[in-house]
Ligand binder design. Structure first.
Ligand SMILES: C[S@@+](CC[C@H](N)C(=O)[O-])C[C@H]1O[C@@H](n2cnc3c(N)ncnc32)[C@H](O)[C@@H]1O
Length: 412
C-alpha cells in the first residue's frame, strides 16, 4: 500500500474493528519509521530532538507534510482517554476514544523504536524486520482496541439506569453481555419514549390549532352579528317563544347546522341573563332580574330529577319543587313526566306562582329522536323591568289546580 499514489478505497467503519484501517495505519507507521531512519543516517540532516511518539504520528501525519486523503481533523495527542479524530480517510465519521487502560503512546513509541524486549531483528534482513515490526504494531493496535471496547462497555454499565432498586442492581451480575443487552433495551425504551413524546406533541399542537380556529370563528361570528345589526345570542329572541306555541323544537345532534352560529339552540346554551335570589316574605324565596328582559326571550331551564308520575305522587307530600310537564302543556304523546328539583336543581325552582305571570313554561325538544330529551324552558311573555320578580302561572287554565276549590284557580 505504501508507495501507491492513491490511497485504498476506504470503507467507512461500521464497527470498532476495521482491517483496512489497521493495514493503513501500520503502513503509515512503518513508512514514517523508514523515513526517520533514512534522515537519521544522513549526517548533514537535523536529527529529531523532540520526543517522538508513534501515536502522535497517527494524529499529526497531515501536519508533517504527508497529506492523508480526507483528513480534516487537527487531531489530538492520542493520549489516554481523549477523543481523537483519526487522521485517516473517513475520520469525520470515526471518532475514536482511546482507552484509559490501553497501552499508552509511549508503549507504541517504544515498539516502533524497537526498544521492546526480545531480540531485535537484524537490519540486514529488511523483509523479516518489516514483517516482525508489522506484526508487533498490529498486536499493539489490537490490544488497544480490546481495552477500548472493554472500557466503553464498563462506561455503559455505569450509565445504565439503576432499575427497581440500587441494591438489586449491584447484585446483578454485570458481565459484558448483560451490560450490552441492558444498553440495547434501554436505548430501545428511550426511542419508544421519544416517539410517544413526539406523537403527544403533535396531538397537542393539533388541539391547540383547533381551539384557536374555534375561537377565531366565534369572534368572527360575534363581530358579524353586531355588524349586521342582529343581537348576540344572549338576548336573542326565539321565534317560537310566544304564548301561542307550547312546544319549542331546537336543533339537536341530527341537525346539519353549525352549532356555533345556529340560531335554534337557545336553551342548550344555558341561561344568559343574570338573576338574583330574593326573600319575598310569605312566598318564601323568589327570583328577580337585574336587567330588563325583552318579550319572548329564554330566561332559564327547569332542571332536576326526571321521574314518573307514580314516583312523583309518592314523593308529593315531601316536596314543593316538582314540575310536571302536564302543567306546561296539556298532552304530549300521552307521556307525562315530572321533574323533581328537590335534591338536584337550579335557581328556577325559586320562581313563584302568579295569576298575572311574566314567564311562560314551554316544552323544549332538543333531540327529536329521543323521548328523554324533552326539557322545560321559561320564556318572557312580556318585557320585564329590572328588579321585577319573575313569576309563572303554576296552573294554566286547562289544567285543574290541585288545591282549587270547585275548579276555581287558586291565585295569590
Ligand atoms: C317552587 S316553590 C317556589 C320557591 C319558594 N318560594 C321557596 O322559597 O322555596 C313553590 C312554593 O312556593 C310558595 N309559593 C309560590 N308562589 C307563591 C305565592 N304566590 N304565594 C304564596 N306562596 C307561594 C308555595 O309554598 C309553593 O309551594
Amino acid at each position: 500500500m505504501l508507495g501507491t499514489t492513491q490511497p485504498p478505497a476506504f470503507v467507512p467503519p461500521t464497527s470498532m474493528w476495521n482491517p483496512l484501517l489497521d493495514e493503513y495505519l501500520i503502513d503509515e507507521i512503518l513508512s514514517l519509521e523508514d523515513e526517520q531512519r533514512t534522515r537519521g543516517s544522513k549526517p548533514h540532516q537535523t536529527p529529531l530532538t523532540a520526543p517522538y511518539s508513534c501515536a502522535d504520528n497517527l494524529t499529526n501525519l497531515s501536519s508533517q507534510g504527508r497529506p492523508i486523503p480526507g483528513n480534516n481533523s487537527s487531531g489530538g495527542s492520542g493520549h489516554s482517554g481523549s477523543p481523537v479524530g483519526m487522521g485517516i480517510p473517513g475520520a469525520m465519521q470515526f471518532r475514536h476514544v482511546v482507552s484509559s487502560s490501553a497501552p499508552s503512546s509511549s508503549d507504541m513509541d517504544q515498539l516502533v523504536r524497537g526498544s521492546s524486549q526480545g531480540p531485535v531483528p537484524s537490519a540486514d534482513d529488511p523483509e523479516h524486520y518489516g514483517d516482525r515490526r508489522k506484526k508487533d504494531i498490529h498486536n499493539m493496535i489490537e490490544r488497544r482496541r480490546r481495552y477500548n471496547i472493554n472500557d466503553r462497555i464498563k462506561e455503559l454499565g455505569v450509565m445504565l439506569p439503576k432499575g427497581a432498586s440500587e441494591a438489586e442492581f449491584r447484585e446483578m451480575k454485570l458481565n459484558q453481555g448483560t451490560i450490552l443487552k441492558a444498553s440495547c433495551d434501554y436505548i430501545r425504551q428511550l426511542q419508544k419514549d421519544r416517539d410517544s413524546m413526539i406523537k403527544q406533541q403533535q396531538q397537542q399542537n393539533k388541539l391547540e390549532n383547533a381551539a384557536k380556529q374555534y375561537a377565531d370563528r366565534v369572534r368572527h361570528h360575534v363581530a358579524q352579528s353586531y355588524k349586521s345589526g342582529t343581537k348576540p345570542k344572549a338576548i336573542r329572541k326565539l321565534n317560537s317563544a310566544n304564548s301561542s306555541c307550547d312546544v319549542v323544537v331546537e336543533c339537536g345532534e341530527h341537525c346539519k347546522c353549525d352549532p356555533i352560529t345556529c340560531r335554534q339552540r337557545v336553551l342548550q346554551e344555558g341561561r344568559q341573563i343574570p338573576l338574583v335570589l330574593f326573600w319575598e316574605g310569605r312566598k318564601g324565596w323568589g327570583l328577580r332580574t337585574i336587567f330588563k328582559i325583552p318579550k319572548n326571550v329564554f330566561v332559564g331551564e327547569y332542571v332536576g330529577e326526571v321521574i314518573t308520575f307514580a314516583e312523583a305522587k309518592r314523593r308529593n307530600k315531601h316536596t314543593k319543587y316538582q314540575f310536571s310537564l302536564a302543567t306546561a302543556i296539556t298532552k304530549l304523546d300521552n307521556k307525562f313526566l315530572v321533574i323533581d328539583a328537590t335534591s338536584l336543581g337550579n335557581e328556577t325552582r325559586f320562581i313563584n306562582h302568579s295569576c298575572n305571570p311574566n314567564l311562560v313554561a314551554k316544552l323544549v325538544i332538543t333531540n327529536k329522536y329521543s323521548e328523554h330529551d324533552f326539557r322545560i324552558g321559561f320564556y318572557s311573555m312580556r318585557d320585564i323591568e329590572p328588579g321585577e320578580e319573575l313569576t309563572l302561572n303554576y296552573y294554566p287554565t286547562n289544567v285543574k289546580p290541585k288545591n282549587s276549590k270547585k275548579g276555581r284557580t287558586k291565585c295569590w
